[in-house]
Design a protein around this ligand. Structure first.
Ligand code: NIG
Ligand code: FE
Length: 412
């Protein structure tokens, strides 16, 4: 589409601007229009200043509030099977860690995902992504990590590539071979295997990830993995760190130039300083805090005070955060972590984009960026944070095109 499309009659447009102090802030414009060409924002104009010669097609947004699309920068959305019996065990007193140690948890999903063929993984993950898009997500990160063998890890990443092509949406792919130790191997045997085969994943993934905790890998493994990944040519380094206990992996990851450190429930003031120093994004996932009933809350206000960029993500996975809904994540972030709607919205758009490849392309609705935006059902964006359990996304636009939804069969 080379024509210029005018999205007119926007009641309130919310963009993100970086202010003089270097901090991102929401910018509100009332009664404006977005001019979009080739899927990108050309300009934002006040409704009163619109000239019909500037565009060839119009979409009337009927006074709706428009916000940037959500960027889900941490998901495990390619998997087979569910883990409802583990949820019941946890509600009956078992811990996530105990279930994991007894061969359940991640290994349960590994078993199901190894058995599933690529086509069924593709179809189930595509359904999940379509639901997530209808709920407002316009860019994704997707990890492997439910194979823990070469063929299944590669199968997952190839499915990720197919999803990216099929849905025509920004997707960053991450190799998470170091997610758990498979049955029949010791930690060091399996980790050496991951290291040996890392180059085979270079063309299948944009980055690497590792889960460091008592039940998984150690900070020293992270160091070896990251150094090797840099040599092999991976452009993105991310890590699951300080989730169930403090392991010292966050500071190590930041020191080695991690793009993001994720979870961070047990991260210390020293870790926060390391992330600030390195420009590492702190990815918070309140869906996990909620679903696992975690008592430890990340030191979110120390992160904000230190000037660390915050991001929010679903962590969509069948064990610790079975949600497709970034709106739920934003709402939980405010009420579990006591942050403001403005801080949460910035984290889920601008902040999450910063953790991913091509982050300057989306996340703020600035001219030149992709026209990935949401028209809300409400005139007050704070309703997203006030009412919980509602869906406030009327329609999702990706590169200026409406996302197909079951509610809108004309575009199916
Ligand atoms: O991000 N913490 C480790 N990995 C995932 C959980 C995956 C699972 O339980 O299946 C997470 O929470
Ligand atoms: Fe995760």
């Amino acid at each position: 589409m080379t024509e210029t499309v005018c999205f007119k009659n926007i009641g309130q447009l919310i963009q993100t601007d970086v202010s003089a102090d270097g901090q991102p802030r929401l910018k509100f414009s009332n009664h404006s229009a977005l001019l979009v060409k080739n899927g990108r924002i050309e300009s934002v104009v006040p409704s009163s200043g619109l000239k019909s010669s500037d565009y060839s097609k119009t979409v009337d947004l009927k006074g709706k509030t428009v916000i940037p699309g959500f960027v889900d920068c941490h998901t495990h959305l390619i998997y087979a099977g569910e883990r409802k019996e583990e949820m019941e065990q946890r509600l009956d007193g078992s811990s996530y860690e105990d279930i994991f140690k007894n061969g359940g948890g991640i290994l349960n999903t590994v078993h199901a995902t190894r058995k599933a063929d690529a086509q069924s993984l593709f179809v189930t993950a595509r359904t999940r992504m379509r639901r997530m898009m209808a709920l407002g997500t316009t860019a994704f990160e997707i990890k492997s990590g439910y194979g823990l063998d070469l063929s299944t890890e590669k199968k997952m990443l190839r499915v990720g590539r197919r999803l990216k092509d099929a849905l025509q949406i920004p997707v960053t792919l991450t190799y998470l071979g170091a997610h758990a130790v498979p049955q029949g191997a010791t930690r060091s045997q399996y980790f050496n295997f991951v290291m040996e085969h890392l180059p085979e994943f270079r063309d299948l993934a944009d980055g690497v990830d590792i889960f460091c905790d008592r039940v998984a890998f150690k900070a020293q493994d992270l160091k070896r993995l990251f150094l090797h990944a840099k040599l092999v040519g991976f452009s993105q380094l991310r890590a699951h760190v300080e989730e169930l206990s403090h392991q010292g992996a966050c500071a190590e990851a930041a020191r080695l130039g991690a793009h993001s450190c994720d979870h961070l429930e047990h991260a210390s003031p020293n870790d926060i300083r390391a992330m600030k120093h390195a420009g590492t994004v702190a990815v918070l996932m309140p869906g996990v805090t909620f679903f696992l009933g975690e008592e430890k809350i990340p030191l979110v206000h120390s992160m904000i005070d230190a000037g660390v960029t915050l991001a929010l993500a679903t962590d969509c996975n069948p064990g610790s955060s079975p949600t497709y809904n970034m709106q739920t994540v934003l709402n939980l972030a405010c009420h579990l972590y006591r942050i403001t709607p403005e801080q949460a919205l910035i984290a889920a758009t601008y902040g999450s984009a910063k953790a991913l490849i091509g982050h300057t392309e989306y996340g703020s609705l600035k001219p030149g960026q992709r026209a990935d935006f949401l028209a809300l059902k409400t005139s007050d964006y704070r309703d997203l944070f006030y009412y919980f359990g509602e869906n406030f996304v009327e329609s999702t636009y990706i590169a200026g095109r409406p996302v197909r939804t079951a509610k809108n069969p004309a575009t199916e």
